[in-house]
Design a protein around this ligand. Structure first.
Ligand code: PGA
Length: 253
């Protein structure tokens, strides 16, 4: 059975005190994770030691990084390598979020390198893809997303691709309060799975978790996650409110 994942993406938010309070509040909520379910917290890099310490010993709960550098070490002032995160207890790394693609000019080719760097040390990439509004309006979202996946991931072996978590996030739904309908999410998630099935075979494609992101909240999570090819969510705004995120965890299949 595929992993069902609620992943919080805090982005560049919260002071250290606020981060600590939020983690304490989440720990105090009623939330349940069964064997195939995970909660992942992608916190700002500087709060990783705090989050690792607070969440240590919690079953199926992980801390993630929001980005990493593609090289293993060297003269890259201000950057953090995937192996450094691993040495600090972090084995999931979000890659290719649309904000990084847009504001930091991350290309498909660069993201292929970052994916390799994360897999090389045995960590898990949470690889983001998704189309802007103009592409959705033109109706060409499937081929747009397919190209993102092909360009950054198709060099991977079958053994490697099953270790990647995909997050489909339509850019027009991120932080806008507009979500894709659950049918729209299912349609493109099924398409993404078919893209992997064509390349790697159906049994490999069936093992890949595909998260939906874009204005997921407590009130819509259950319906979106109930779709057969939606394996949880990558959550921005609502992950900053403990009760919201706890409800999103509890909405996992
Ligand atoms: P949002 O962000 O939930 O605030 O729309 C999602 C994301 O960017 O990962």
């Amino acid at each position: 059975m595929r992993k069902q994942i609620a992943a919080a993406n805090w982005k560049m938010n919260l002071s250290q005190n606020e981060a600590e309070t939020l983690l304490d509040q989440i720990l105090a909520t009623e939330h349940h994770l069964s064997g195939n379910q995970e909660a992942i917290f992608a916190v700002p890099a500087i709060y990783i030691p705090l989050a690792v310490q607070k969440l240590s010993g919690k079953n199926n709960v992980f801390v993630a990084a929001q980005n990493c550098h593609q090289k293993t070490s060297g003269a890259y002032t201000g950057e953090i390598a995937a192996s450094m995160y691993a040495s600090a207890g972090v084995h999931h790394i979000v890659l290719g979020h649309s904000e990084r693609r847009e504001y930091f000019a991350e290309s498909d080719a660069l993201l292929a390198e970052k994916t390799d760097a994360v897999l090389a040390i045995g960590s898990t990439p949470i690889f983001c893809c998704g189309e802007p509004l103009s592409i959705r309006e033109a109706g060409t979202q499937n081929s747009f997303v397919e190209a993102q996946l092909k360009n950054s991931l198709f060099h991977l072996s079958a053994d490697q691709i099953v270790k990647v978590v995909i997050a489909y996030e339509p850019i027009w739904a991120i932080g806008t309060g507009k979500t894709a309908t659950s049918d729209q999410a299912q349609e493109i998630h099924a398409y993404i799975r078919s893209v992997f099935a064509t390349k790697y075979g159906a049994s490999i494609a069936d093992q890949i978790s595909i998260l939906y992101g874009g204005s997921v909240k407590a009130s819509n999570a259950k319906e979106i996650f109930s779709q057969p090819d939606v394996d949880g969510g990558l959550v921005g705004g609502a992950s900053l409110i403990a009760t919201e995120f706890a409800a999103i965890i509890n909405a996992l299949k």
